[in-house]
Write a protein that binds this ligand. Structure first.
Ligand code: PMP
Length: 435
């Protein structure tokens, strides 16, 4: 259909060609390569508040926000100052620092179900460690996850449902041992009955159910009323743990995460993204009784040379303190802006006869080329991904950066204002005119 690229791209094009010969796909994380939408990924030069500037000098209103962490926008002066001051005192020590205690205290005070917390360096490490802990605590091998939920790239989590009657999953990636994949059961998101039958058949072997309490890795999909509470009741009944993977939702859908917003208390919580404000941070935590199994208090081993890194803690603590001070009003405002974007998107689609659907929750939103509602992975996969690709490029040309795939969420920040919102709605109108 001939996308006319109005963007200056010469430098990004050259940078990408060079990167392609040196790194798989030219990138250090797959979606950055724009494979789902085509075209050349733009290379970041710098960011400022809600704006991202590429190396060709194009400016974008950013709704990617580094895939979620940047709830205070790019290069927030207070966060930059905290990191710079920490760096000047030493980048890493390998002995405890008071930053770690300060950070633990703040995370525990903000996330309702966390009594004790351990810092790690990524979301993947957090979920991988939480699974090990759940298996150790229950003495059971099997994990239940949901189709379309992403929990990082640990072996047992790279699994989706096999087709047909199979309940035990198949590896989603070569290199995942079949024996590992077999310990992961999957169910459709929002399908409590499916989880109930997994427990009826395998209950005494299930260590934990892990769920994104708002799914953000198949677009943005809300839990239906009763879904999370139903998982809480089922896991309790069968003596399994409930793990909320709040790597994306933590400090983003509400100050206390999805567990605060939907009033359901998991046994374990994993965190990432916002907790580090752009620095590499993850965390897992929960009930003291369970967390006491972690080394050196208990026998479950998990460690990290750079875990609790002072730069990362300084960034995270500063960002979380600012969120705590901003309170619920900030999350209400981000959700109002997200809803305004969704409303404009859906109305424009309707006017053009293009099926559209969207959701906004706190600082997260989803835009789907689908008549909706999108409640699970099957629906998400049925979206018009080619239309999304055209829309994505049209928006880039209008100076708005969205996720380079239909199956990802969008992210707002505390520094997006009415001005950016109005500019984005105008960009939506011009983009739809070209679809
Ligand atoms: N869990 C969820 C819900 C995520 O969204 C992600 C990353 N998008 C991860 C885990 C993995 O985190 P990381 O990329 O930091 O390893």
């Amino acid at each position: 259909e001939g996308i006319v690229m109005a963007l200056k791209q010469a430098r990004s094009q050259k940078a990408y060609e060079k990167a392609l010969s040196l790194m798989p796909g030219g990138v250090n994380s797959p979606v950055r390569a724009f494979r789902a939408v085509g075209g050349t990924p733009f290379f970041a030069d710098h960011g400022e508040g809600p704006y991202l500037y590429d190396i060709d000098g194009n400016r974008y209103i950013d709704y990617l926000m580094s895939w979620g962490p940047l709830i205070w926008g790019h290069a927030h002066p207070e966060i930059v100052r905290a990191v710079t001051e920490a760096a000047a005192r030493g980048m890493s020590f390998g002995v405890p620092t008071e930053w770690e205690t300060r950070m633990a205290e703040l995370v525990i005070s903000l996330v309702p179900s966390i009594e004790v917390v351990r810092m790690v360096n990524s979301g993947t490490e957090a979920t991988m460690s939480a699974l090990r802990l759940a298996r150790a605590y229950t003495g059971r091998p099997v994990i239940v996850k949901f189709e379309g939920c992403y929990h990082g790239h640990a072996d047992s989590l790279l699994v989706k449902a096999g087709s047909g009657v199979a309940t035990f999953g198949l590896p989603d990636s070569p290199g995942v041992p079949e024996a590992t994949a077999k310990t992961t059961l999957t169910a459709p998101y929002n399908d409590l009955a499916a989880v109930e039958s997994l427990f009826a058949a395998h209950g005494e072997r299930i260590a934990a159910v892990i769920v994104e309490p708002v799914a953000g890795n198949m677009g943005c999909v809300l839990p239906e009323p009763g879904f999370l509470a139903g998982l809480r009741a089922l896991t309790e009944r069968y003596g399994a743990l409930l793990i909320f993977d709040e790597v994306m939702t933590g400090f983003r859908v509400a100050l206390g995460g999805a567990q605060a917003r939907f009033s359901v208390r998991p046994d374990l919580t994993t965190l990432g993204k916002v907790i580090g404000a752009g620095m590499p941070v993850g965390a897992y935590g929960g009930r003291r009784e369970i967390m006491s199994l972690i080394a050196p208090d208990g026998p479950v081993y998990q460690a990290g040379t750079l875990s609790g890194n002072p730069l990362a803690m300084a960034a995270g603590w500063t960002s979380l303190s600012m969120l705590a001070a901003a309170g619920d009003a900030l999350y209400e405002r981000m959700e109002r802006y997200g809803q305004a974007l969704v409303d404009a998107f859906v109305a424009l689609g309707r006017r053009k006869g293009i099926p559209t659907f969207g959701v906004a929750v706190g600082g997260m939103f989803g835009l789907f080329f689908h008549e909706g509602p999108v409640t699970d992975y099957a629906a998400a996969k049925a979206c018009d991904t080619r239309m999304y690709a055209r829309f994505f490029h049209a928006m880039l040309e209008e100076g708005v950066a969205l996720a380079p795939s239909q199956l990802e969420a969008g992210f707002l920040s505390a520094v997006h204002t009415e001005a950016e919102l109005a500019e984005t709605v105008a960009a939506l109108e011009r983009a739809f005119a070209r679809l």
